[in-house]
Design a protein around this ligand. Structure first.
Ligand SMILES: N[C@@H](CCC(=O)N[C@@H](CSC=O)C(=O)NCC(=O)O)C(=O)O
Length: 282
């Protein structure tokens, strides 16, 4: 697989880089950003994947979250993929900000015209890890995942569906019960069709009830998040499901914080430490 490097910026003793490649899963060019910590010059480092939210590209997280400082300290390679394939010429692709481009919901679509290209679940869990293992000095047996909003939920789904593949998971303001909120219903209907039974496999509040996930789950949720008030996030549903399943959820409600990257950056250190501990970085 050919990777094309488009930017390489020295940061915190390592490098923030941007790549493009042709994805076999998505049958389209895909982009991701990456932070290579200084330790990668000495030994194979663990990997921490970040999944971004609606409207984001591979750039939002790496330029706004302030994660590189802590990744450099702990020796973590960060990978932040784009949120969907783009510029495919599909009908309706760019009509809405919460569906289509920038809004894949990280599922493998089954419905036309999305199914041919919107295979983001397979891309995130299979193709991208193989690509990273092949091209960077990583220990591919040590990987974790986190994200924000649509991506926070995507991270939960990946970990709950693959409990042995990820050492830890965390999320900022995840869309925690997508089958029960307007964003999720729109996306699942469009990508997966009308049968709600098939949606269950992509809803973290359902998956957690049967998953073999054992580790703690860290979630930060701003109490002044406007999307919380609109009923798009529903952390209380995930909390109840975790309680029912006996899963150790550390849901921290943060007074005054909204949905933005100002909120994310404020608690980034805690999340990176959560993952660094699980990935044996100390
Ligand atoms: N319609 C608005 C709001 C979009 C928005 O807030 N996106 C969030 C993620 S929301 C859930 O997945 C985001 O991360 N935005 C990028 C950022 O850098 O803040 C709009 O189009 O702006």
């Amino acid at each position: 697989m050919t990777l094309t490097l488009s930017q390489d910026r020295r940061s915190f003793g390592g490098s923030t880089q941007f790549y493009q490649h042709f994805s076999q899963c998505c049958q389209a060019p895909m982009r991701f950003s990456l932070y290579l910590p200084p330790q990668a010059a000495q030994y194979r480092v663990p990997i921490l994947y970040w999944l971004s939210g609606l409207t984001c590209t591979e750039e939002n997280f790496i330029s706004k979250a302030g994660a590189q400082r802590f990744a450099a300290e702990y020796g973590l390679l960060l990978v932040a993929p784009d949120t969907s394939p783009r510029n495919l010429g599909l009908a309706g692709e760019d009509d809405r900000w919460d569906f289509g481009s920038g809004a894949s919901f990280y599922v493998d679509a089954t419905e036309s015209p999305w199914a041919k290209h919107y295979q983001m679940y397979s891309y995130i869990t299979e193709e991208l890890p193989a690509l990273i293992a092949e091209n960077f000095p990583v220990d591919a047996t040590r990987q974790s995942i986190f994200g924000h909003s649509m991506g926070g939920h995507g991270a939960l789904v990946c970990a709950l569906r693959h409990p042995s593949r990820y050492q830890s998971v965390s999320a900022f303001a995840p869309i925690a019960a997508p089958m029960s909120c307007p964003w999720g219903e729109t996306a699942f209907r469009g990508y997966l069709g009308e049968n709600r039974q098939t949606w269950l496999g992509y809803d973290a509040s359902e998956l957690v009830k049967t998953s073999a996930w054992e580790g703690p789950i860290l979630i930060d949720q701003g109490e002044a998040d406007s999307f919380l008030g609109e009923g798009q996030l529903l952390p209380e549903r995930f909390e109840a499901a975790c309680q029912q399943a006996g899963v150790d959820l550390r849901l921290r409600r943060q007074p005054g914080y909204d949905h933005s990257y100002y909120f994310i950056a404020s608690f980034m250190e805690d999340h990176l430490r959560h993952h660094a501990e699980a990935l044996d970085c100390f």
